[in-house]
Design a protein around this ligand. Structure first.
Ligand code: ZN
Length: 125
């Protein structure tokens, strides 16, 4: 049996894309009883398509992660004034006393709140 691999006959677009010509490269792969150059082998094209799809999915996931992180930052920033106001009330022992709180003021919690307020306002506690 004489094996003449011949040339790849897969169509390749001409410049402009309105017409095509046969590839013409040396056949290196036989798939489904048809010869292809390495680049036009259906297995190679399928692998490349999978790789493109995986890259696309990875980029999409990365973009989504960035967008999600930015949305989370905006959400946190939106509640910042209320949290700071609540902390300021909590951190002021006078508030506790004014409300007739007879229990011991949670000093440690007050100190932590004061430190958080200072950091939020970029002051040194
Ligand atoms: Zn080819």
């Amino acid at each position: 049996m004489t094996t003449t691999l011949g040339k790849c006959s897969e169509p390749v677009d001409n410049p402009g894309g309105w017409s095509s010509h046969p590839c013409g490269k040396r056949v290196t792969v036989i798939e489904n009883d048809k010869g292809y150059c390495t680049r036009h082998s259906p297995a190679y094209k399928a692998r490349k398509q999978r790789e493109r799809h995986q890259r696309y999915e990875a980029e999409r996931a990365a973009s989504k992660a960035i967008a999600d992180a930015a949305a989370e930052q905006r959400r946190r920033a939106a509640c910042y004034p209320e949290l700071l106001a609540a902390l300021e009330i909590f951190a002021d022992p006078a508030t506790w006393l004014k409300q007739g709180n007879t229990h011991a003021i949670p000093v440690k919690a007050t100190l932590i709140a004061q430190a958080a307020i200072a950091r939020a306002k970029k002051e040194t506690p």
